[in-house]
Write a protein that binds this ligand. Structure first.
Ligand SMILES: C[S@@+](CC[C@H](N)C(=O)[O-])C[C@H]1O[C@@H](n2cnc3c(N)ncnc32)[C@H](O)[C@@H]1O
Length: 245
């Protein structure tokens, strides 16, 4: 295991990496285009300031010639997958979230009724011809192992329930559909808090799986990080060293 205290990359350092900087420009442009063309209702303006979209675009764009697969757990307003799909039309995207009438969804951000309505409109757009490479499914991630075909993904973006058992469930599933080429990203982690649900899940599962991971500061001046995880042999060069030098 790579110690969590030792490998944490700051937001600015990563943004200086040329590949991430370029991917960020593409991702920000895609967001602006979605807003300008009113393709989606954006419910929270802060969503595109996190570094995750740029990392996803960078990672998947390395597989240009292949039909790559992205799994997102936690669709929310859908703008993230729509931006990625417009930049990378060769990527087949599966994104899942709780049913619109699930009580847990309403509780998440104390969303007002009009935001729930906006979310429903977005969800129907995701499954329209507007987004031919996106498949949106309404379900809890606890059902993933029963509902999705057993296939490998090049990237799994875990961004659903970050509390209690959510990260364990989602990481456990992700590890069954990950191979050496898969990057697993987990959002909203407090890396130095051993009681944090994602840290607890990583600590538990690394007893069973060989995991390499690093932490990436999510936004400038923010304590929360994104865990970037590779399942594989410790002898391999960590794919993330391409950006960390
Ligand atoms: C932070 S938002 C996702 C944001 C989005 N991934 C992005 O990058 O913009 C978290 C979402 O996870 C969903 N969620 C929470 N628990 C879930 C579960 N058990 N299964 C699937 N989705 C879940 C919530 O409904 C919420 O919409």
């Amino acid at each position: 295991m790579k110690g969590i205290e030792t490998i944490t990359i700051g937001y600015d350092k990563l943004m200086y990496a040329k590949c991430i900087h370029n991917s960020n420009i593409l991702y920000q442009d895609a967001w602006k285009n979605i807003q300008k063309r009113k393709l989606m209702d954006t419910i929270m303006s802060k969503m595109n300031t996190s570094i995750h979209g740029s990392i996803i675009v960078w990672w998947l764009s390395q597989y240009k010639m292949k039909n790559t697969k992205l799994l997102e757990i936690g669709t929310f307003c859908g703008t993230n997958v729509m931006a990625i799909s417009s930049i990378l039309p060769n990527v087949s995207i599966t994104t899942i979230d709780l049913r619109s009438d699930d009580k847990r969804l309403k509780g998440f951000y104390s969303l007002p009724a009009n935001s729930i309505e906006a979310m429903k409109r977005n969800r129907s757009r995701l499954n329209s011809e507007q987004c031919p490479n996106i498949s949106f499914l309404e379900m809890s991630s606890t059902m993933l192992h029963r509902s999705l075909p057993q296939q490998n993904y090049e990237l799994i973006w875990i961004d659903g329930d970050h509390t209690t058992f959510g990260p364990y469930n989602d990481l456990h599933y992700a590890l069954t559909v990950a191979d050496a080429n898969t990057l697993i990203l987990m959002d909203d982690v407090f890396a130095n808090d051993p009681s944090n649900a994602t840290i607890a899940a990583l600590r538990y599962l690394e007893a069973d799986y060989e995991l390499n991971y690093i932490f990436i500061q999510k936004r400038r001046n923010e304590e929360k990080v994104i865990a970037a995880i590779i399942k594989g042999n410790m002898d391999h060069v960590h794919p993330l060293t391409k950006i960390t030098g």
